[in-house]
Design a binder for this molecule. Sequence first.
Ligand code: BJW
Length: 228
Amino acid sequence: MDDIRNIVVLTGAGISAESGLSTFRGSDGLWEGHRVEDVCTPEALARNAALVHRFYDERRTKLAEVVPNPAHEALAALDAQWPGELLIVTQNVDDLHERAGAKRLVHMHGELQSALCAACGKAKPWKDALPPASVCDGCGKPSLRPDIVFFGEMPYEMEAIDDALRRADLFVSVGTSGAVYPAAGFVQTARHVGARTLELNLEPSAGSFYFEESRMGPASMLVPELVW
Ligand code: BJW
């Protein structure tokens, strides 16, 4: 790692699988038999808000029962110790990276613990947004939605992510299927600027072909091996 100063780490559902959170596209994937692409949309929220709210309520309950695993802990240690630039870009809406201590972190697909006013776009902690309070003046309960990036919506922090990718010397992808854009395209941006690219996954992903190196195994083993 002598020639590496700037690192971008992209994480997906696979990093939290060993903490007990389901991934999206495995056989035990989320959405109970629905394709996430069919239900995780603004249209689905408008059609059946009760179903979507129930789904995220259950996810919040489950999140309270789990803890970070050695993969989250190793990335938090890297964050604390790495003298160069580092950005952990998570697609996950759980808070396991920050509970492990990560600071240089962005949630590009939103956060389970955050609520968004669909009318004005303001966000605040979910617990503070529940009735009788609401996200902002003028937004009642009907406007309250999970602060989650659905299909067709713009992911968060894209400018900061693009800046970090364009300065990266090393791009590491952990536990993501490479099925969802724009995250699935980050490896190509990183390669374009000459960064080394490494995939860590249980099995080859849809985008494995784009990585210079792929290591297969559980994140709880591979990430600590990389960091320590
Ligand atoms: C382990 C492991 C262990 C398991 N250890 N590994 C046609 C072509 C191209 C693009 C599009 C298209 N049509 C539409 C689009 C765009 C669309 C898209 O990508 N669609 C695809 C279906 C094709 N994307 C969007 O709409 C995005 N917005 C957008 O593009 O805006 C326009 C734009 C333009 C220009 C620039 C920028 C933007 C928004 C996407 C929103 C995604 N939202 C979700 C839901 C979040 C809420 C929730 O959590 O409920 O985000 S969908 C879901 O998928 C979630 C995840 O973050 C995301 C990725 O899933 P992830 O993390 O990869 O999980 P899995 O389950 O797929 O994979 C798990 C992996 O872990 C597997 O590989 C396992 O092997 C591995 N694993 N255990 C290591 N122990």
